[in-house]
Design a protein around this ligand. Structure first.
Ligand code: HEC
Length: 147
C-alpha cells in the first residue's frame, strides 16, 4: 500500500514542478532586478555623457597612469627597496629617491654594486645592489625616475 501511494504522488509532484518553473520564469519577466535594454535618444545620450564627463575624465586619467606604472618591470623589483626608501620613494632609513633621474640612480646602484663608498651608510646598499643584474638596475632606475 505504502509504495502504491508514493507512486501516485510522482505525477502530482512532476506537475507541481513544471508549474512552479513556469511561474518562476514568468515572474522573471517583470522582475525589476533584470536589466532591460533601452535605447536612449540622441538627446538623452548627450545628457548622460554630459553628466558622467567630469567623472570619466578623472577615472580615465587615473587608470592610464596606474596602467603605465604597473607595466614597468621596475615597479615589482622596487618592492624590497621601499622598506628603506619609502613606497613612493620619499625616503626612510635610506635617502629619498623620488625626483632623481634614471641616470643618477643607475650610476649610484652601479657604484654600490662595485662596493664603492658613497655615503657613510653605503654598506647597507652593497648587499642590495650586489644582487642586481644590469637589467634590474635599468628597470629600477627607469621606474624610480617616475616616482
Ligand atoms: C636596508 C635598507 C635599504 C634597502 C633595502 C635599500 N636601500 Fe638604498 N640606500 C639605503 C641607505 C642607508 C642608503 C645611503 C647609503 C650611503 O650612505 O651611501 C641608500 C642609498 C641608495 C641610493 C643612493 C641615493 C643617493 O641619494 O645617492 C640609491 C639609488 C638606492 N639606495 C637605491 C636602492 C634600491 C634601488 C634598492 C632596492 C633594490 C635599495 N636602495 C634598497 C638603504 C637601503
Amino acid at each position: 500500500m505504502k509504495s502504491q501511494r508514493s507512486f501516485a504522488t510522482v505525477p502530482v509532484m512532476a506537475t507541481l514542478c513544471v508549474l512552479s518553473v513556469l511561474a518562476l520564469t514568468g515572474c522573471g519577466k517583470n522582475d525589476p532586478g533584470v536589466a532591460k535594454t533601452v535605447k536612449p535618444t540622441k538627446i538623452q545620450l548627450a545628457a548622460i555623457e554630459d553628466r558622467i564627463k567630469p567623472y570619466s575624465m578623472v577615472n580615465i586619467e587615473g587608470a592610464t597612469q596606474v596602467a603605465q606604472a604597473s607595466a614597468m618591470p621596475g615597479e615589482a623589483k622596487y618592492a624590497s627597496c621601499g622598506a628603506c626608501h619609502g613606497a613612493q620613494g620619499g625616503g626612510g632609513v635610506g635617502p629619498a629617491l623620488a625626483g632623481q633621474s634614471a641616470e643618477y640612480i643607475a650610476n649610484r646602484l652601479n657604484q654600490y654594486k662595485n662596493g664603492e663608498k658613497v655615503g657613510s651608510q653605503s654598506n647597507m646598499m652593497w648587499a642590495q645592489a650586489g644582487m642586481l643584474s644590469e637589467a634590474d638596475i635599468t628597470d629600477l632606475a627607469d621606474y624610480i625616475q617616475t616616482m
